[in-house]
Design a protein around this ligand. Structure first.
Ligand SMILES: [Zn+2]
Length: 122
């Protein structure tokens, strides 16, 4: 399941261990949408990073390295997804983007991200 939530700006997303949930930082994605490379590249690299966590990779340094390597192997050097995997969305944000944070997480499930009949999780 994919959720959008208001998280601290330094957090792109998180995966609660033992679940199939990923919570993506709504405020970060909103801020990244105004930057280059394209915001979809940031979302892709963040989701790939969290997917690797769902597979049991818990070491942050290892997951960042794997995310970058997978993007590089599949998209090639110079592609904006590879750049997004290397830098993360934070590099292009203004200081003001870090100031606004709501009091509540305000979780919102993204509908139809995972269909209940897909059956790929045992
Ligand atoms: Zn992580």
């Amino acid at each position: 399941m994919l959720y959008l939530g208001n998280l601290p700006m330094r957090v792109g997303a998180f995966h609660p261990m033992g679940t199939n949930d990923i919570v993506l930082n709504r405020k970060l994605i909103d801020a990244a949408a105004k930057t280059e490379p394209k915001w979809k590249a940031y979302v892709f690299s963040i989701l790939l990073h969290e997917y690797l966590h769902t597979l049991g990779y818990v070491d942050e340094k290892q997951v960042r390295s794997l995310t970058y390597r997978i993007c590089l192997d599949n998209f090639g050097r110079g592609h904006y997804i590879v750049e997004a995997a290397a830098t993360g969305p934070w590099v292009n944000l203004s200081p003001e983007a870090f100031e606004s944070l709501g009091e509540e997480m305000d979780l919102e499930r993204v509908p139809d991200f995972e269909r209940i009949d897909s059956g790929y999780i045992i």
